[in-house]
Design a protein around this ligand. Structure first.
Ligand code: GDP
Length: 195
């Protein structure tokens, strides 16, 4: 897709602040620092639209980005950051639960994992949660530029097995550095919006 217009809309801390209207939303889920913001930036052809964070786990907000006045990317707060208190984790859980369970506009979750590593327990829990509630999900294995091409398929297979993905579940190899997987990701997104 040719992105001609991008706009940061709001950092929402509560549902009252989520944008009104019925535009489709694609939410980015993943560990802190996995590359969610970089994914949005690459997809939108922007360098610094979505703040690539230096302080993982600190932003408990839902960041809305409007693309071509047609859809929103929603950057969700990351998980799996060790230095987060129990209270903060609980708050995160409530925020996510509320968003996933009530947001009609949500068309799919883009679940970002790191191609270099085996998915963590947190990754597994996130994926199982989405499947359990039948929320459509696109898994994006990012940072492919960080491992040799010859290892991509082996790592992709491991991710599929460890997350418990089924054959029909989409896994896209991606790199915010090289742009690999960008068109494939747009195609998958439009398919979820149409479904
Ligand atoms: P977020 O916390 O999930 O939003 O992660 P960020 O997008 O802020 O990325 C965390 C770090 O990983 C930053 O230093 C990014 O530059 C880097 N990064 C993200 N995606 C890629 C990628 O595809 N390739 C490489 N080499 N680095 C990446």
């Amino acid at each position: 897709m040719k992105v001609t217009q991008v706009e940061f809309v709001i950092s929402a801390v509560s549902p009252k602040q989520y944008p009104q209207g019925s535009l489709p939303e694609l939410a980015l889920a993943g560990r802190s620092n996995v590359g969610k913001s970089s994914f949005i930036n690459k997809m939108a052809n922007r360098k610094n639209l979505a703040r690539t964070s230096s302080k993982p786990g600190k932003t408990q907000t839902l960041n809305y980005y409007l693309i071509n006045k047609a859809l929103y990317f929603v950057d969700l707060p990351g998980y799996g950051y060790a230095k987060v208190s129990k209270a903060e984790k609980a708050k995160w859980g409530r925020m996510m639960e509320e968003y996933f369970q009530t947001r009609q506009q949500l068309k799919a979750v883009i679940h970002v994992v790191d191609i270099r590593h085996k998915p963590t327990k947190d990754d597994q829990e996130m994926f199982s949660y989405l499947k359990h509630y039948e929320i459509p999900v696109i898994v994006v294995a990012t940072k492919t530029d960080k491992i040799p091409r010859g290892k991509w398929q082996k790592h992709a297979k491991e991710i599929r097995v460890i997350l418990g993905m089924e054959k029909e579940d989409t896994l896209i190899l991606f790199s915010a550095e090289t742009g690999q997987g960008k068109e494939e990701a747009w195609t998958a997104i439009w398919k979820k919006i149409r479904d």
